[in-house]
Design a protein around this ligand. Structure first.
Ligand code: PMP
Length: 388
């Protein structure tokens, strides 16, 4: 087992293999049922097995999925996305977040004729070599054009801009800081504005990695509420409610470069995932899914805060309610988080000890109440074992 879905790094009790899912619930191969607060690590924005998405996929599958060229779903989806996402004038489709992020970088480099990429230390942008410095199998030359800055730190950003000099192609950033193994942190408005100003001044591209946040914060783009628009953005995970699709969206000034780069894949233009994306996007809008996720996540966050307080345990609740996280203060060796999440999983609530969680529109008040019963008992376990 490889990658982030390997449970070897998780505390005891996490299942490795799953059997099926319905709405906000999933079942492992041993028949254990869980309320799912990972949503397949993000994609299940409407919950498992959503009837409207299933229907759209079935209809397309009967006609066929992969042809000698795209289906009409590609045009319908492109129009829908360009109408919805404020900065977008055009779209390109691929399969995974890594594809979409790497395409953004390639388009930015083609548009500017430059090489340097500025990325925040600790941010995850997929497994492309350009964002994989110091990892096994990645030669140093492959990351020699990547310069790091600290998220929300103007001074370190200015130093990185200085190092890039006249070779700055793009600044790559996530809508908020959602690095693994740490509390989540909102973007500082002044920091986002400085990234925008720098890119405008340098003629570089601002790339927003929407892969984790997309469709959970704002359908016009996760930075629309703060009024900062990227030039290019990469979306995946939630766009087709679990069906394999990723999207690059761009503004007009990058259209020419997007048409010039090499961008293709055997399955990139498959019709069924695009049909799923159209159904997902419409349902998220019509069912007010973001408001519902925020409400459910807010009840979860409030419940956890109250319970931790009652047990005399110090925790940090972070992130927007739709993409929340909780850590124990001073839990350096992660013992409390492991104990707590392990106890939750044993009681049928699937949370993660060191990666943010995801809400879906399928989470009901009943789910949250039921989950909070389990989390309360799990807090008692932590207090008994580690004290307060
Ligand atoms: N960027 C971010 C912010 C992500 O969370 C992920 C996936 N966790 C990726 C990029 C890469 O996406 P994928 O795994 O689909 O290649």
């Amino acid at each position: 087992m490889y990658g982030h879905k390997n449970v070897a790094d998780l505390p005891p009790g996490y299942p490795q293999f799953f059997s099926h899912g319905r709405g906000s619930h999933l079942w492992d191969v041993d028949g254990n049922e869980y309320i799912d607060f990972m949503c397949s690590w993000g994609p299940l924005v409407l919950g498992h097995h959503h009837p409207k998405v299933d229907e759209a996929v079935k209809t397309q599958m009967i006609r066929g999925d992969v042809f000698n060229g795209p289906t009409a779903r590609m045009v319908e989806l492109a129009e829908l996305l360009v109408d919805s996402v404020a900065h977008a004038d055009w779209s390109m489709f691929c399969k995974n977040g890594t594809d979409a992020m790497t395409l953004c970088v390639t388009v930015a480099r083609a548009a500017t004729g430059r090489r340097k990429l500025l990325i925040a230390r600790g941010s995850y942008h997929g497994i492309g070599a350009w964002s994989s410095a110091d990892l096994p199998g990645i030669p140093a030359e492959d990351t020699s054009n990547t310069i790091y800055f600290e998220y929300n730190d103007l001074k370190s950003f200015a130093a990185a801009v200085g190092e890039a000099g006249s070779d700055l192609a793009a600044v790559v950033v996530t809508p908020f800081r959602h690095d693994i193994r740490r509390d989540l942190e909102p973007i500082d408005l002044s920091f986002a504005q400085e990234l925008r100003r720098t890119c405008d001044r340098a003629g570089a591209s601002l790339i927003l990695d929407e892969i984790r946040c997309g469709m959970r914060i704002d359908l016009a783009g996760s930075w629309e509420p703060i009024g900062v628009r990227p030039d290019l953005s990469a979306w995946s995970k939630a766009v087709a409610n679990g069906h394999p699709l990723a999207v690059v969206l761009g503004s007009d000034s990058f259209r020419d470069a997007a048409q010039r780069v090499r961008a293709t894949g055997s399955f990139w233009l498959a019709g069924a995932p695009m049909a799923a994306a159209i159904a997902t996007w419409r349902e998220v809008r019509e069912a007010d899914a973001i408001v519902r996720m925020a409400a459910a996540g807010g009840r979860l966050q409030a419940g956890l805060t109250a319970q931790a307080h009652d047990h005399g345990l110090k925790v940090t609740i972070s992130g927007p309610p739709q993409i929340p996280f909780m850590s124990f203060v001073g839990d350096i060796d992660r013992a409390r988080a492991d104990c707590w999440t392990s106890a939750c999983v044993a009681r049928g609530v699937y949370l993660h000890p060191f990666h943010n969680w995801f809400l879906s529109a399928a989470h009901t008040d009943k789910d949250i109440d039921q989950a909070l019963e389990a989390t309360n008992e799990a807090f008692a376990d932590v207090a008994r074992r580690y004290g307060t």
